[in-house]
Design a protein around this ligand. Structure first.
Ligand SMILES: [Zn+2]
Ligand SMILES: [Zn+2]
Length: 78
């Protein structure tokens, strides 16, 4: 039975290690996601930044959102 128990312990340890690594890489992904900006209009990766909390993936999205509502609330100084 001892032998069996050792085997179980080993598997449990390996499993915990694996979980720990997953957890760490998950945390890393979360902090990268937090730093990242997303298109305000369609939620793709944003490359055009307009003003605080507002960025877009393309000029098309920027213009659409500008016409729809953003022109009233834009914080960009002109
Ligand atoms: Zn977009
Ligand atoms: Zn703006």
């Amino acid at each position: 039975m001892d032998c069996m128990q050792m085997e179980v312990d080993k598997i449990t340890n390996d499993h915990n290690d694996h979980l720990k690594r997953l957890f760490e890489s998950h945390n890393q992904q979360i902090s990268e996601t937090k730093k990242k900006q997303w298109c305000y209009n369609c939620e793709q990766d944003a490359i055009y930044h307009c003003c605080w909390n507002t960025a877009y993936c393309s000029q098309t999205c920027q213009q659409q959102h500008w016409q729809a509502e953003h022109k009233k609330v834009c914080r960009r100084k002109r």
